[in-house]
Design a protein around this ligand. Structure first.
Ligand code: ADP
Length: 328
C-alpha cells in the first residue's frame, strides 16, 4: 500500500455506459468532499484526461442524478490513451490540476487502461465495475447489470404475450458480445426454451431437434434467447437456419439493442454503485492502488485490476442443465 495521502481525486466513466454510473459518480464526489478531498470530474473517459476536459465537482454538481441512466461525465473510447504519448499527456494534465488519485468506473478495457497508466505513473487507480455484461472476476455484481437484465425481462415478457397469441417461434437477441449473463438471467426469468450464449458451443443440430420435439408436443410458444456474441453471430443468423430446417414454424426475430443500456437504474444498481463509490474513495485514502472494488457474498472485496480483467466470471454449468429441465 502507498501511504502517501491523497488530496485531490479524479473520477471518470469509461467504455460502454451502464445504468448506475451516475450513482457511483455521486457517491465518489460526496464521499470525497465529506473527507475534505477535492474531487474532479474527468469528462468522456480517458479522452478528458488526454484533452484536459476536467471540472471541479461539488456536492451540488451531482444533485438529482442518482435516478438517471447514462452518465453526466459522458463516456468515450479513447484511442490516444492506448499510446504512451497519450498517457503522458494525460498524466501532465492530472498533475496540472494536482490530482493524485483516480477512480475509474468502467469495464475490462477501462481497467486495462488504468492498470497500464498506474504502472507508468505514480497516480494510484481504483476501478469500479461499471458494465451491463457482468463479465468481471472479483465481484458477484457489476453496476448496470441488474437494470439491463430487468429491461430485457420486461421486453421479453411483452414479446411472449404476442408470440403466444400467434403460436410463433421467437428469437430474442440480447446484448453480450463476449458474455452471456444477460441472456442467461433474462432467459431463465422469462421461461425461455433455449438460451444461446458465447460461453457455450451452440449445437445447432441439438437446437433444431429440441424445436422439432416441441412442434410434436404441440408446445404453444417457443422462446429462444440469444446473446449477440453467440457462436453463430446473433439471432438473425440462427433464424435463417431455423427457417430452412423448420419451414413450417413462424419464426420471428427481435433484437433488443440499446434499450438495455438505458433507463433509470434499479434500486439494486443504485445501492451497489453507492456502496462501491464510497469504498473507492476510502481505498485511495488508505493507500490502495491498482485494485477493483467488488462485492462478494455481500462483502466488499478488493481484486487486483489485472486479475479482474484476466479471469472473467464463469457461468455455472448447472444453470444450463436447469434451463433444459425447466423448459420441458
Ligand atoms: P470497457 O471499459 O467498457 O470494456 P473499452 O474496451 O472500450 O470499454 O475500453 C475503454 C477505454 O479504455 C478505451 O477506449 C481506451 O481508451 C482504454 N483502454 C483499453 N485498453 C487499453 C490498454 N490496453 N491500454 C491503454 N488504454 C486502454
Amino acid at each position: 500500500m502507498d501511504k502517501r495521502k491523497v488530496t485531490k481525486i479524479g473520477v471518470l466513466t469509461s467504455g460502454g455506459d451502464a445504468p448506475g454510473m451516475n450513482a457511483a459518480v455521486r457517491a465518489v464526489v460526496r464521499t470525497g468532499n465529506y473527507y475534505g478531498l477535492s474531487v474532479f470530474g474527468i469528462m468522456r473517459g480517458y479522452s478528458g484526461m488526454v484533452e484536459d476536459d476536467i471540472v471541479h465537482m461539488t456536492n451540488r454538481s451531482v444533485a438529482n442524478i442518482i435516478q438517471r441512466g447514462g452518465t453526466i461525465l459522458k463516456t468515450a473510447r479513447c484511442l490516444e490513451f492506448r499510446e504512451p504519448a497519450g498517457r503522458e499527456k494525460a498524466y501532465h494534465n492530472l498533475v496540472k490540476h494536482g490530482i493524485d488519485g483516480l477512480v475509474v468506473i468502467g469495464g475490462d478495457g477501462s481497467f486495462r487502461g488504468a492498470q497500464q497508466f498506474s504502472s507508468e505513473y505514480d497516480i494510484p487507480c481504483i476501478g469500479l465495475p461499471g458494465t451491463i455484461d457482468k463479465d468481471i472476476a472479483g465481484s458477484d455484481v457489476t453496476i448496470g447489470f441488474d437494470t439491463a437484465v430487468n429491461t430485457a425481462v420486461e421486453a421479453i415478457d411483452k414479446i411472449r404475450d404476442t408470440m403466444d397469441a400467434h403460436d410463433r417461434l421467437f428469437l430474442v437477441e440480447v446484448m453480450g458480445r463476449d458474455a452471456g449473463y444477460i441472456a442467461l438471467h433474462s432467459g431463465i426469468a422469462t421461461g425461455a426454451e433455449n438460451i444461446l450464449i458465447p460461453e457455450t458451443d451452440t449445437d445447432i443440430e441439438e437446437l433444431i431437434q429440441s424445436l422439432n420435439e416441441k412442434e410434436r408436443r404441440k408446445k404453444l410458444v417457443n422462446l429462444v434467447v440469444v446473446a449477440e456474441g453467440d457462436k453463430f453471430g446473433g439471432a438473425e443468423n440462427i433464424a435463417k437456419i431455423i427457417r430452412e430446417r423448420i419451414p413450417a414454424a413462424d419464426t420471428r426475430v427481435c433484437i433488443l439493442g440499446h434499450i438495455q443500456r438505458g433507463g433509470s437504474p434499479t434500486c439494486s444498481d443504485r445501492l451497489i454503485a453507492s456502496h462501491m463509490g464510497y469504498y473507492a474513495v476510502e481505498s485511495l485514502m488508505v493507500g490502495r492502488n491498482n485494485v477493483m472494488v467488488g462485492v462478494i457474498n455481500n462483502k466488499i472485496h478488493y481484486t487486483p485490476l489485472d486479475k479482474a480483467v484476466k479471469e472473467k466470471q464463469k457461468i455455472g454449468q448447472e444453470w444450463m442443465k436447469i434451463v433444459k429441465i425447466l423448459a420441458s
